[in-house]
Design a protein around this ligand. Structure first.
Ligand SMILES: [Zn+2]
Length: 285
C-alpha cells in the first residue's frame, strides 16, 4: 500500500518523524507519524509496519534511532507532538469541527470533562490523549468519527499502553469496560474506569488491578460475555449484568443513553453497587 511518492518530512526527532501522509492529500500540519517499527496517520488512520517504515525511510534517505531521544531532541519531539494534539483540540472546540461535539454529547460525555481530558478531532477521527500523573503524554487513541465513513473504528498511537484510561486511580469502584468512550463516560463521575486499547480478548492476558471487587462492565455481546465469564471464573472480577433499563443495549453507553440525563448517575451507581454486593456474596465460604 505504498503511494510511490517520497516521504516528505516535516519534523524529524531522534526516534520519530512527523511527515505529510503518503496515503492521502495531506495539507496544513502533517498528520503522519513514523516510529522505527510503526507508522500511523492521525487523520486517515493509515498504519504501516516495520517493513514499510524501512522502505519509506529509504525513499526519503531518512534515519530513525531505535531508542528514545535524549535532551533537546526529546523535548523537541514532545513539543511537535503536543502541537499536533493542540491543533486537534482547537479543531473540535473552536474550529470547523465544532458541530462534531454533538457526538460526544450523544455518548453522554460532558463538554467540560471532554475538554479537561484534552479530547480533539483530527478532521476524521476523535483523538483521545492519555497522560501519566505528571501530565506526560503516554499514548493516544483515535476513534474514527462515524460521520466520515472511514473503514476502521479505532487506532492506537504507537507505544500506547494496553490498559488505558484511569484518570482517577483512587476512584471507586474500579470498573473494566471495553471502549475508551465508555471509560470516559464513567470517569467523568469519579469512577476508576479502565479499558483495553487492544480489544476485549486481550483482557484475558493483561495484568488487571487486584483491587476488589473489579467490576466487569463488558459489552453484552458474545465476546464481551465470554471474556467476562472467564475472568470471573479465574476470580479476577464480577460480571455486571445488563440492567432492565438497558434492555437490548450493547454496552453501558447505549444503556445509559436510554435514561433521562438526571437519572444516569444514580442508576449506574445502583447497578455497580448491586454487582459488587453479589460478588461479595459469591465469595463467602
Ligand atoms: Zn493519512
Amino acid at each position: 500500500m505504498t503511494s510511490g511518492s517520497d516521504l516528505e518530512p516535516f519534523f524529524q526527532g531522534r526516534s520519530y518523524l512527523i511527515a505529510y501522509c503518503p496515503f492521502h492529500e495531506d495539507r496544513g500540519r502533517p498528520n503522519f507519524v513514523l516510529y522505527p517499527r510503526k507508522g500511523i496517520c492521525f487523520r486517515c488512520g493509515a498504519e504501516v509496519g516495520p517493513e514499510e517504515v524501512a522502505s519509506l525511510l529509504r525513499s526519503g534517505s531518512l534515519e530513525l534511532a531505535g531508542g528514545g531521544g535524549k535532551g533537546n531532541g526529546k523535548r523537541e519531539e514532545a513539543k511537535a507532538l503536543e502541537a499536533l494534539f493542540r491543533e486537534a483540540y482547537d479543531n473540535l472546540w473552536q474550529g470547523a469541527l465544532r458541530p462534531r461535539q454533538a457526538y460526544l454529547r450523544e455518548r453522554g460525555i460532558g463538554t467540560g470533562f471532554a475538554q479537561s481530558q484534552g479530547i480533539g478531532h483530527t478532521g476524521s477521527a476523535f483523538l483521545i490523549p492519555f497522560r501519566d500523573r505528571e501530565g506526560r503524554l503516554v499514548g493516544a487513541k483515535l476513534r474514527a468519527d462515524p460521520a466520515f465513513g472511514l473503514s476502521w473504528r479505532y487506532k492506537n498511537w504507537p507505544g500506547t499502553p494496553s490498559l488505558l484510561y484511569r484518570p482517577f486511580p483512587e476512584g471507586s469502584p474500579t470498573v473494566l469496560v471495553e471502549g475508551e468512550l465508555d471509560a470516559l463516560l464513567l470517569a467523568q463521575w469519579g469512577i476508576d474506569a479502565l479499558a483495553p486499547s487492544t480489544g476485549v480478548w486481550s483482557l484475558l492476558s493483561l495484568p488487571l488491578p487486584k483491587k476488589r471487587p473489579l467490576l466487569l462492565l463488558l459489552d453484552w455481546d458474545e465476546a464481551g460475555q465470554e471474556v467476562g465469564r472467564r475472568l470471573e471464573r479465574e476470580g479476577k472480577g464480577v460480571l455486571v449484568e445488563r440492567p432492565e433499563w438497558g434492555e437490548g443495549a450493547k454496552d453501558i453507553g447505549e444503556a445509559l443513553a436510554r435514561l433521562p440525563e438526571e437519572r444516569r448517575y444514580d442508576e449506574l451507581l445502583a447497578l455497580l453497587h448491586r454487582a459488587a454486593l453479589a460478588g461479595l456474596g459469591a465469595r463467602k465460604p
